[in-house]
Design a protein around this ligand. Structure first.
Ligand SMILES: [Fe+2]
Length: 195
């Protein structure tokens, strides 16, 4: 399962610090166990229940957000240098894990149809994601990215890393949202009918 996970989300391997990388992987594995997910199921899970049908799956969105965040940080490094420091390992770990709580927020109610769990309605993924990450010993800087990545974090003073991940997430979310906004909080993978 570990090898398959790293093949599916190779961005884990971009975390240079071995301990942080291991804790990041363990958090994902823990969330998969708690939610009873397989990687195949995650590949048919829409990344947002607000978009139905959703043309992008949970794995693809996770990878896109991590990669967009990395590229933004690279631009900062090129143009701003040390004046705007970015902790790349923290950024990548948070970029991968910011939505990991969805593995306990969502369930597959029937084949291909995804909805919020009863608990997920009360504790959205920023909260459950922090809890999962804390149990795996991830540093508070990564927990902060998870906590503040979505609208729950709008009143939080985000770190540079959390700011980048937040916007990377919304670049993907808003670009895809306009393709098919659902009326109910459920979704399935599929081609969009409106542009
Ligand atoms: Fe999210």
């Amino acid at each position: 399962m570990r090898d398959e996970l790293l093949e599916t989300i190779p961005e884990f391997n971009l975390i240079a610090d071995a301990d942080l990388r291991e804790r990041t992987i363990r958090t994902w594995e823990l969330a998969m166990r708690e939610g009873g997910w397989t990687l195949a199921a995650l590949a048919r899970m829409p990344f947002s229940l607000l978009i139905n049908p959703c043309p992008v799956n949970f794995i693809e969105h996770t990878r896109a957000v991590a990669q967009i965040a990395i590229k933004a940080a690279e631009v900062f490094a090129d143009l701003y240098g040390d004046r705007v420091p970015v902790q790349m390992d923290i950024l990548i770990s948070g970029g991968i894990l910011r939505d990991v709580g969805k593995l306990v927020e969502y369930e597959e109610r029937e084949p291909g149809v995804f909805v919020q769990t009863a608990a997920g309605k009360m504790l959205r993924h920023p909260f459950t994601g922090v809890e999962l990450a804390a149990r795996c010993g991830l540093p508070v800087e990564v927990q902060h990215i998870i906590a503040a990545h979505a609208e729950e974090g709008d009143k939080v003073k985000r770190t540079t890393e959390a700011t980048i991940v937040h916007h990377a997430d919304f670049i993907s979310f808003h670009a895809v949202l306009r393709l098919g906004q659902g009326k109910n909080l459920e979704s399935r993978i599929g081609e969009s009918t409106s542009r």
